[in-house]
Write a protein that binds this ligand. Structure first.
Ligand code: FAD
Ligand code: UDP
Length: 371
C-alpha cells in the first residue's frame, strides 16, 4: 500500500528544513514534524517589543561558500552585522578573536613584528610538541598569557571539565591574526537575516506541511507508517533507546532580563572569561540588528550538565563519546529507509552553514546529483 508521504522529516531545524525544501522541489510530498512548539530548531527567534530574541543562544551566520550564501539569500536578505565580541576579565576588556588589539591590550605592543615576537616567546616557553588536548593546543597557538586570561576559565566552565580533558579542535575555531581586525570569523560572507532567522525557516518550509508538538519517538510506528523514507535529525542515542549508553552533551540555561535602558553593554556579545563568573557570556540581542528601541533585553548564558529531558546543545566530541557514536552510526548506516543528519544525529559541532551544506549534499545524493 502506498504511504501518505514520500518523506517524513523529523525535526524542523536547518537540516530538516533544507532537506524538505529540496524534496518539495523534486515534487516529493513531505511532512515535517517537530517536538517543539515552533519550527527552526536552535535558530528560532522570539520577537518581543520589536527585538528578535535568539531563543537558543546567539546565532551569527557566516560562510566562505558562495553557493550556500546565495542559497540562504534566496529566502532572506542579510544585514551588515560583523561579530566582534569583547571579553571581560577581572574588570578589563579585551578584543576577540586574538588580534593586534588584543596583543596591545595584553602586552602594550604596537606593531605586528613586536606582537609576533612576544607571541613566539610565549609559545616557546610553553614548549608544546604535538598537542594532545585543548590546553596544549591553546598554549601552542597563543601561549600562556592569552590562555590564562581569555581561554582557560571560559573553556572550563563552558565544557564543565578541565581543558586538559578536551579535544584540541575546539580552540582551532578561533582565528589568530596580526591585523587590527576584530571580526570573529575569517569567512567572506556574514550577517544576520533582516527580520530574523524565522524568515529563513519560513522560506525553506513554504508550501510544506508542518506539524508541531509531535515527538517522533513517542509514536514511532505510527509515524513510520506515514512515509516511504524518514529523515531523522534528533539525537541518535535516543533513536536507539540508548542501547550503547548515552552520548554526552553540554546544555545551557538562558536567563533573560529586560532593562529600561537603550544600551546595556554596547555590543551584542560580551564574554566573561574568568572562572569565578558563573555565566560564559551576555548577549544583548538588539545589537545584532542595530536596534534603537528605548529598552533592551539581555541574556546570560549559563553552561549546564546535560541529562535526559534537557536540550542537548553541544556534542562532547572526546574520545569516549566518539567511540560510542561510532557504534550507533554503524546501526544507522544499515537503515535503508532512514536518512540521519544534522548536529544531533551526526553528533558534530556544526555551524549553520555546515548544516545547510550537509543537508544539500544529502539531498544531492538522494536525487542523483541534482539539486
Ligand atoms: P537543531 O536546530 O537542533 O534542530 C533539530 C530539531 O529536531 C529540533 O527542533 C528538535 O526539537 C527536533 N527534534 C529532535 N528530536 C525530535 C523528535 N524525537 N521528534 C520530533 N522532533 C525532534 N551556528 C552558526 O553558524 N553561528 C552561530 O553563531 C551559532 N551559535 C550557536 C550558539 C549556540 C548556543 C548553539 C547551541 C548553536 C549555535 N550554532 C551556531 C549552531 C546552529 O545552531 C546549528 O548548526 C544548527 O541550528 C543545527 O541545525 P540542526 O537542524 O542540525 O539541529
Ligand atoms: N573560547 C574561549 N574564550 C572565549 C571564546 C571562546 O576560550 O572568549 C573557546 C571555548 O572553548 C569555546 C570555543 O573557544 O567553546 C569555541 O568558541 P565559539 O565562540 O566558537 O563557541 P560557540 O559560539 O560555538 O559556543
Amino acid at each position: 500500500m502506498s504511504k501518505a508521504y514520500d518523506y517524513l522529516v523529523v525535526g524542523a531545524g536547518l537540516f530538516g528544513a533544507t532537506f524538505a525544501y529540496f524534496a518539495r522541489k523534486h515534487g516529493k510530498k513531505c511532512l515535517v514534524i517537530d517536538k517543539r512548539a515552533h519550527a527552526g530548531g536552535n535558530i528560532y527567534c522570539r520577537e518581543e517589543n520589536g527585538i528578535n530574541i535568539h531563543a537558543y543562544g546567539a546565532h551569527i551566520f557566516h560562510t566562505n561558500d558562495k553557493g550556500i550564501w546565495d542559497f540562504v539569500n534566496r529566502f532572506v536578505e542579510f544585514n551588515r552585522y560583523t561579530n566582534s565580541p569583547v571579553a571581560l576579565h577581572k574588570g578589563k576588556l579585551y578584543n576577540l578573536p586574538f588580534n593586534m588589539n588584543t596583543f596591545y591590550q595584553l602586552w602594550g605592543v604596537t606593531t605586528p613584528e613586536a606582537a609576533r615576537e612576544k607571541l613566539e616567546e610565549q609559545i616557546r616557553e610553553a614548549g608544546i610538541g604535538e598537542p594532545k588536548n585543548l590546553e596544549e593546543q591553546a598554549l601552542k597557538l597563543v601561549g600562556r598569557d592569552i590562555y590564562e586570561t581569555l581561554i582557560k576559565g571560559y573553556t572550563e566552565k563552558q565544557w564543565g571539565r578541565k581543558a586538559t580533558e578536551l579535544p584540541a579542535f575546539i580552540i582551532r575555531r578561533l582565528p589568530v591574526r596580526f591585523t587590527f581586525d576584530n571580526n570573529y570569523f575569517n569567512d567572506k560572507y556574514q550577517g544576520i537575516p533582516i527580520g530574523g532567522y524565522n524568515k529563513l525557516t519560513e522560506g525553506l518550509l513554504e508550501g510544506i506541511e508542518l506539524r508541531l508538538n509531535c515527538d517522533f519517538l513517542a509514536d514511532r510506528s505510527a509515524f513510520e507508517d506515514m512515509a516511504d523514507k524518514i529523515v531523522y535529525t534528533g539525537a541518535l542515542d535516543a533513536f536507539y533507546d540508548y542501547r550503547f549508553g548515552e552520548l554526552e552533551y553540554r546544555s545551557l540555561r538562558f536567563e533573560h532580563e529586560w532593562l529600561h535602558t537603550g544600551n546595556y553593554q554596547g555590543n551584542a556579545v560580551v564574554n566573561y572569561t574568568e572562572a569565578e563568573v558563573p555565566f560564559t557570556r551576555i548577549i544583548e540581542h538588539k545589537h545584532f540588528e542595530f536596534g534603537t528601541q528605548p529598552q533592551t533585553i539581555i541574556t546570560r548564558e549559563y553552561p549546564a550538565t546535560w541529562s535526559k529531558g534537557m536540550e542537548p546543545y553541544y556534542p562532547v566530541n572526546d574520545e569516549a563519546n566518539s567511540q560510542r557514536y561510532k557504534q550507533y552510526r554503524a546501526l544507522a548506516d544499515g537503515e535503508s529507509r532512514y536518512i540521519f543528519g544534522g548536529r544531533l544525529a551526526e553528533y558534530i559541532y556544526y555551524d549553520m552553514h555546515q548544516v545547510i551544506g550537509s543537508a544539500m549534499a544529502r539531498a544531492k545524493k538522494e536525487w542523483n546529483g541534482e539539486l
